[in-house]
Write a protein that binds this ligand. Structure first.
Ligand SMILES: Nc1ncnc2c1ncn2[C@@H]1O[C@H](COP(=O)(O)OP(=O)(O)OP(=O)(O)O)[C@@H](O)[C@H]1O
Length: 293
C-alpha cells in the first residue's frame, strides 16, 4: 500500500490555480516537513489530503482512499490546522472526548500524558486559552489520534522556546513508539530540521523538491571574491542570489557545499561558507528576476 499517492493533481479557488500538476508519493512511515513561502499552498495541500477539498483534476489517494467526503478515510487521517474549531464552551476534556470519537486509533493515555506535559488546564474553556495553548491542544489531538496519516499545520505557532522543545521531543517520542506518516507544515526550518527525515518544498504551484533533510544541510554555498574567479567555480544557472560591494562579488549558489568546493575556493582565494537552510530555501523559491534585480 502506498501511504500517499498524488498524481498530476491540480486545484483552483475560483479561477486561480493554487496547485498545478502536483505529484507526491510516499510509502514509508516518516516525519516529513512541508515548507513553502506564504501562500504557496501548504494548507490547501493538507486540506486536499484530508478530504476537505476536492481536486479539479488528477489523483489524490491517501492510504488507498480517495479522501474527499470519505468517512472511512477521515478516521485514518488527522489534519489539525491553525485556528481549529473548538466548541465555544469546550474545555480540554470535551475536546479530547470529541476527538476520540473520530479517530479509530485514539490513545487516551497519551492524550493525558501530553495534557500534563504541556501544562494545559483541563477545565478552563479553550476559547480563553492563549494562542500557544490552543496550538498545544491541537498537538495533543494530533499525536494522541495515532492516525496512520497525521498532518499538523504550523503546530508550534505561538509556543515559547521551552514549549517548542517540549513539543518536538514529544512528537519524536510518539513517532518512535508508533511510526506513522506525520507531515508538518512549518516556517521554522531550524526546528523541523531536527525532527524530520525529509523535506517537501512547495513552490510555483507544485512540489519543487522532496529530499532527505541531509540534502538541504549540504546544499547552498556563499562565495565572496572576484567575479572572474567565482565564475570558474560556479556556472550562471547555479547562481541564486548575487550582490557586489566595493569590487567584491558575493554569490549564493545552488551547489553542494563540500570538501572539493572548499579546496577549489581556497586555491582561487575565494571565501566560501555554507548558506543557511532558511536562506537557501528562500532563494530557490524566488524568481531569478526578484533575486538579481
Ligand atoms: N478559501 C479560499 N478562497 C480563495 N483563495 C484561497 C482560499 N484559501 C486559500 N486561498 C489562496 O490560496 C493560496 C494558497 O493558500 P494556502 O493557505 O494554502 O497557503 P500556505 O502555503 O498555507 O500559506 P501560509 O504559509 O501563509 O499559511 C493563497 O493565494 C490564498 O490566498
Amino acid at each position: 500500500m502506498t501511504i500517499i499517492d498524488i498524481r498530476n493533481m491540480s486545484f483552483k479557488y475560483k479561477d486561480e490555480y493554487v496547485l498545478e500538476d502536483l505529484n507526491l508519493q510516499e510509502d514509508q512511515p516518516m516525519i516529513i516537513g512541508l515548507w513553502g513561502r506564504n501562500g504557496s499552498g501548504k494548507t490547501t495541500l493538507m486540506k486536499l489530503m484530508s478530504g476537505q477539498e476536492k481536486q479539479n483534476s488528477g489523483q489524490v489517494s491517501i492510504l488507498d482512499f480517495n479522501p474527499y467526503n470519505n468517512v472511512s478515510a477521515s478516521k485514518q487521517i488527522t489534519y489539525l490546522r491553525e485556528n481549529h474549531f473548538f466548541g465555544k464552551t469546550w474545555n480540554v476534556n470535551d475536546a479530547m472526548k470529541f476527538a476520540s470519537m473520530f479517530n479509530d486509533n485514539w490513545d487516551q493515555q497519551e492524550a493525558d500524558y501530553l495534557i500534563d506535559l504541556f501544562e494545559l488546564p483541563r477545565k478552563k474553556k479553550i476559547k480563553t486559552f492563549s494562542k500557544g495553548m490552543q496550538s498545544m491542544v491541537q498537538s495533543v489531538i494530533g499525536l494522541a489520534s495515532h492516525a496512520p496519516v497525521t498532518m499538523l499545520d504550523e503546530p508550534t505557532n505561538g509556543l515559547d522556546a521551552y514549549m517548542r522543545k517540549v513539543f518536538t521531543k514529544a512528537l519524536r517520542e510518539s513517532f518512535e513508539a508508533d511510526p506513522r506518516y506525520i507531515l508538518i507544515a512549518s516556517h521554522h526550518i531550524k526546528e523541523i530540521e531536527k525532527i524530520c527525515e525529509k523535506l517537501v518544498v512547495i513552490s510555483e504551484h507544485h512540489v519543487k523538491l522532496n529530499e532527505p533533510i541531509e540534502y538541504f544541510q549540504s546544499r547552498g554555498a556563499i562565495l565572496v571574491g572576484k567575479l572572474e574567479d567565482i565564475q570558474q567555480v560556479v556556472s550562471n544557472n547555479e547562481v541564486i542570489e548575487q550582490s557586489t560591494i566595493m569590487n567584491q562579488h558575493k554569490i549564493m549558489a545552488d551547489i553542494p557545499f563540500n570538501e572539493e568546493l572548499i579546496k577549489q575556493c581556497k586555491a582561487l582565494n575565494i571565501k566560501v561558507d555554507k548558506a543557511s537552510i532558511q536562506d537557501y530555501l528562500v532563494n530557490i523559491t524566488m524568481s531569478k528576476e526578484a533575486n538579481n534585480g
